[in-house]
Design a binder for this molecule. Structure first.
Ligand code: PEP
Ligand code: MN
Length: 354
């Protein structure tokens, strides 16, 4: 995919690129006062939702296109770039008319290819920056597919926003980070600008700093953070919004480790890792060849491939070994499961042969 990094002629290229502003535009005063205080804190890109996707009817669903006027005032008065969420072609047309600089597709929209295509069609040939939030469900193909649709419409500056993934269990996070997914995205699309939204991952203001730090440590390019001049009075997402001044302190306390991979001791450690990986693969390959041997034996002796008792025994033994090896139990379970699944697949292949 031919994607250009998100760039602004008058914003320094250093990490993190920050977008901040309220979850929702609520009143002209709230929008302008928040923007003035953000700009005083050094923030150059303003965000505010005008059309809000809400889980339940009757919640505050945004002020609609009235809010676009306020965003235009933000731009005129503070010189900030403005951004808002679009969820259909009408939103796109209104936002373009109002001169919004950056559009974003929300998590619920990315999950719906019909709507993404409608938005991509409305953007055909338009020069604008578009951010694509991850879909609510942990599906990297859906995320990439949405970006591809925009790219086919001629959008060049596309960035991905990691806002966490929905789950039935309510734990520490509002949306599970599942960091491996944005990491895999970056591996597959190395030039893509990757932004983390710690507000929607954490759901609580005290989690924003640790999540932002983790995103920086993982090499993310930017952060989208919800900020409101009076968080306790916010009409949506009040637990996760912070004041512009709190945001400034938070950004100042981030440790930005710049990536440089030239040190000799790091190279030495990496060589060690490569050797271990090589041995691991050799061992797995040996294990599979024994599994195929067992498959042939079971076939000759009319035994079924799956022997649940044997698998249980194997897992118990290995988990007790893991205890003494500083290995996380869940992690070991995951590896054993993957290896066992592949062994079964290979045994079935032996069964099906001649
Ligand atoms: C938002 O950014 O306010 C929003 C609704 O986010 P998401 O689509 O990630 O839920
Ligand atoms: Mn929000």
């Amino acid at each position: 995919m031919d994607i250009a990094p998100l760039s602004f002629p008058d914003i320094e290229k250093s990490r993190p690129l920050v977008l901040a502003g309220p979850c929702s535009a609520e009143t002209e005063e709230q929008v302008l006062e928040t923007a003035r205080r953000l700009v005083a804190c050094g923030i150059r890109i303003f965000r505010a939702g005008i059309w809000k996707p809400r889980t339940k009817p009757g919640s505050f669903e945004g002020v609609g296109k009235d809010g676009l006027k306020w965003l235009r005032e933000v731009k005129q008065e503070t010189g900030m770039y403005t951004s808002t969420e679009v969820a259909n072609a009408r939103h796109v047309n209104e936002a373009l008319k109002a001169g919004i600089d950056i559009l974003w597709l929300g998590a619920r929209t990315t999950a719906n290819p019909f709507v993404v295509q409608e938005i991509a069609d409305a953007l055909l040939g338009v020069e604008i920056k578009v951010l694509v939030k991850n879909p609510v469900n942990p599906d990297i193909e859906l995320w990439i597919g949405a970006m591809e649709r925009l790219q086919i419409s001629g959008i060049r500056q596309i960035a991905a926003v990691h806002r966490g993934f929905g789950s039935y269990e309510k734990g520490l996070f509002r949306n599970l980070p599942q960091w491996h997914i944005p990491i895999e995205l970056k591996r597959r699309l190395p030039g893509l600008t990757l932004i983390c939204d710690p507000s929607h991952i954490g759901g609580r203001s005290e989690l924003i700093l640790p999540i932002s730090q983790q995103a920086m440590d993982l090499g993310f390019d930017g952060l989208m953070i919800e900020s409101h001049f009076e968080p306790h009075n916010a009409l949506s997402d009040k637990e996760q919004q912070i004041t512009p001044e709190f945001l400034k302190n938070l950004l100042n306390s981030l440790v930005i480790r710049e990536t440089s991979d030239s040190s000799e001791s790091l190279n030495e450690l990496r060589r060690e890792i490569d050797e271990i990986d090589e041995r691991l693969l050799d061992l797995i390959s040996m294990r599979m060849s024994v599994a195929r041997e067992i498959g042939r034996y079971k076939k000759q002796n009319n035994m079924p491939v799956l022997q649940p008792k044997r698998y249980e025994h194997l897992v118990t033994e290995r988990l007790s070994q893991a205890l003494g090896l500083e290995l996380d139990e869940k992690f070991v379970e995951l590896i054993l499961e993957a290896i066992h699944e592949e062994s079964v697949r290979q045994q079935i292949a032996v069964f099906n042969k001649d």
